[in-house]
Ligand binder design. Structure first.
Ligand code: E4P
Length: 226
């Protein structure tokens, strides 16, 4: 059966922490970065400075979020953010002002990520106005007993039905199973905290298996030397 998504799934880190970004980028598994005002505040960094520092480490999309809520200020802020680096995607909340802003940014070739998406209708509207990414927050839906992954399946289907170019960026990921399920559905991108990326790598049977291989190997080497 041919793959339903012709492009490989991309993995982003959802953090503004430079040492985590450097650590996982060095493994060659980080395709991009998402940040939000909370993550930037946690680092005590200036948004502009940190986005530029991240761009020196990761050669891929980097989302930086506007904090203005009215259209005029959102546009001014987004235009400034977009000038920081060619890989920057302006992150815009899924509000009526946000939709208008995305449409304007599209006409100015400024790339966008519509964030705080919690319904398929919000994702559909973001795609209609030309968002490059939509970010459905699945963990926050799971937190209130709503099945976050069902939203991903709906959005992926809707975008496929109409051939929307907008990519589905699965956000608010809590554990590796979220990523596996998003990949099975065919979502384009998953963004995750560093702790979840770390968990993606490991399996206890890998550690046990390696320990046994090396023990047997050393015992055999000892016999050969005797
Ligand atoms: C996405 O871009 C957001 O930064 C993020 O995934 C939010 O995740 P949280 O629900 O863990 O804060």
């Amino acid at each position: 059966m041919p793959p339903t998504n012709p492009d490989p799934m991309q993995l982003f880190l959802d953090t503004a922490n430079l040492s985590d970004i450097k650590k996982y980028a060095a493994l060659g598994i980080v395709d991009g970065i998402t940040t939000n005002p909370t993550l930037i505040a946690k680092e005590g960094a200036s948004l502009e400075k940190r986005i530029k520092e991240i761009a020196e480490v990761v050669d891929g999309p980097i989302s930086a979020e506007v904090t203005a809520t009215n259209l005029k200020e959102m546009i001014n802020e987004g235009r400034k953010i977009a000038k920081w680096h060619p890989n920057v995607y302006v992150k815009v909340p899924s509000t009526s002002e946000g939709l208008q802003a995305v449409k304007i940014f599209k006409s100015e070739n400024i790339r966008t990520n519509t964030t705080l998406v919690f319904s398929a209708s919000q994702a559909l509207l973001a795609a209609k106005v030309g968002a490059d990414f939509v970010s459905p927050f699945i963990g926050r839906l799971d937190d209130i007993s709503e099945p976050g992954m069902d939203l991903i399946a709906d959005i992926v289907k809707i975008f496929k039905n109409y051939n929307f170019a907008t990519k589905v960026l699965v956000a608010s990921i809590r554990h590796p199973r979220h990523i596996v399920e998003a990949a099975l559905i065919g979502a384009d991108i998953a963004t995750m905290p560093a702790e979840v990326m770390e968990k993606l790598i490991h399996h206890p049977l890998t550690d046990l298996g390696l320990e046994k291989f090396l023990k047997d190997w050393r015992a055999q080497a000892k016999k050969l030397r005797a």
